[in-house]
Each structure stands twice: as C-alpha cells, then as structure tokens.
Design a protein around this ligand. Sequence first.
Ligand SMILES: NC(=O)c1ccc[n+]([C@@H]2O[C@H](COP(=O)([O-])OP(=O)(O)OC[C@H]3O[C@@H](n4cnc5c(N)ncnc54)[C@H](OP(=O)(O)O)[C@@H]3O)[C@@H](O)[C@H]2O)c1
Length: 282
Amino acid sequence: MSILVTGATGQLGALVVEKLLGTLQASELAVSVRSAGKAAELKAKGVDVREGDFTNSASLEQAFAGVERLLLISGTEGDRFQQHKNAIDTAKKAGVSQIVYTSLAQADNSTLSLAPDHKNTEDYLKESGVAFTILRNNWYLENEADGIKAAAQGAPFVHAASSAKVGWAARRDYAHAAAAVLTSEGHANKVYELSGKTITHDELGAIIADVIGKEVQVQNLTAAAYDERLQGFGLPEGVAAFVTGFQTAIGEGALDVQSEDLEKLLGRPQQPLSEVIAAILA
Ligand SMILES: NC(=O)c1ccc[n+]([C@@H]2O[C@H](COP(=O)([O-])OP(=O)(O)OC[C@H]3O[C@@H](n4cnc5c(N)ncnc54)[C@H](OP(=O)(O)O)[C@@H]3O)[C@@H](O)[C@H]2O)c1
C-alpha cells in the first residue's frame, strides 16, 4: 500500500505523518509538500518527499504518481475549491484508488463562511468516481489558544456564540483519525462527522478554570461588540468581520454535531480537553 499525505509540512499533516510512521515503514509513505526544504527531516527518515502545489497540476502529476491512498488536506488560501479540483482530477488521472479529504463539520448544511469550498469539494469528489472518505473535522481546540492564554492571564474568556455547543477536539485526535482511515479498510465512500463531545463556551471556560486553578469569567458578547473588540486589538475591519462571522455561525449551531465517529476511528476516547489546554499553556 502506498500512501501519500498532502500538507505534511502543516500542523495537521505533520501529526498524521508522525502517527503513520509509528505503524508503517518510512518507505511506504510519501508526502506532497510545497517546499521540499521544509520536509528535510522527513526525507532524512526515509519518507518519499515530493513537491506539489494545488495551484499547479503539473507538479501534482509528479507528486501523485504511483499512489494508492491519498490524504488531501484542505488548503488555506486562494481559490480552495479550484485547488482541490486540481488535486482530485490529477489523482484520478494518476490512478489513485482512494481519496481521503479533510472537510468541515456539517459541510453540506453549515452557515460557516468556510463551508461552501468544502461542500463543493465533497460534491466534486463524490462525482469523481474515485472511492472517497470525507472527514468532516469539527473545531480544533487549538483554535482557542489565544483566548485560553488570555484567560490564564486573568482576562475574560470571550465569545459571541451564546449557548451553542461546539465539538472541540485536539488537532492530534483529528490527525490520528485520518491515519486510522488511511491504514485500515472499510472506509470507502463514507462521510464521517469527527466531533468531540459537544460543550458550550461556559463549559469550556469551566475546564480552563480547572486547569489554571482560578476562576475564569466567560463573556458572551453580541456580534457587534465582538467585532469591535477584535478591531480594538488592531485586526483590520475585513479580518475582524470574517472572524466574527465564525462566532455567529457557531451561535447558529454550525459546530453542534453529536457523533461517535471520532472515537470510533480512534478506538479510544478523545484526548481530554484539559490535557490539550495544559499543553497550550505549557
Ligand atoms: N477544523 C478546524 O478547526 C480547522 C482549523 C484550521 C484549519 N483547518 C483546515 O484544515 C487544514 C489543515 O489544518 P492545519 O492546522 O494543518 O493548517 P496549516 O498548519 O495552516 O497547514 C495547511 C497546509 O496546507 C498546505 N497548503 C496550503 N496551500 C497549498 C497549496 N496551494 N498546495 C499545496 N499545499 C497547500 C500548507 O503548505 P505549506 O506547509 O507549504 O504552507 C500546509 O502544509 C487547513 O489547511 C484548513 O483547511 C481546519
């Protein structure tokens, strides 16, 4: 079995590769990265490092040659849907037998601004004729790192999502679930909602308080007040509006997904959020 991971010099991809190297020989694993220089450590371990950029199909042709299972980690910038289409088309041409794609919670029915790229990619992948596995990742707890660090310094833990629940989990857990899918059978043409146990921001604030050993004030702001606060920290207007939009969508339940899929793929409980918070603060 030849497995290739894209985005392996990113945070999620690096954790997937680390997990895979625990069970596979390095020679069974290839990565596609934008800059081979950034993956020198993997190359030194014997991983087949290839260069591929989603915006450049010719580079992907070389990168995906001879691969059976591909983990397509969603991109971060530019026209992501077009980039994912390039990757899917090239993988199909190269004879890849299964594409595993990292999507977003409830991508087909989410008010998050990030969702349309994911929904379009999911649809395109499903129609490609290549066996697919869709990993609809909920929110990384690490997304809250700044707020957690500020709370540890005595600031309120601020959000604008009222009492909506979120399925936070460690980035590492999403990575390990992806590694499990890549190295086991029975996942063809499946869509998994990978979600931690859903909790509110108040409940997360209580976990932070337990970890730091002092009270945390959780503040639920209006979207306008949240936006104004971000701009007060120096975020440009457009960026502040983009981030505030996440809070509004979360408040509408975009990340309130109850699913056992994550723990089933992990074969263990999710990493306790208290441990992730402690690691963020370490
Ligand atoms: N569910 C969540 O809470 C959440 C949070 C953040 C992100 N995400 C999504 O999940 C993905 C993985 O997260 P992460 O934490 O690993 O993000 P990350 O650390 O920013 O890594 C993103 C990876 O995508 C690669 N990439 C970006 N544009 C590319 C292109 N045109 N061609 C090839 N590769 C490209 C980057 O390559 P380089 O290493 O060369 O920069 C990097 O390796 C993100 O890309 C994003 O789509 C989800």
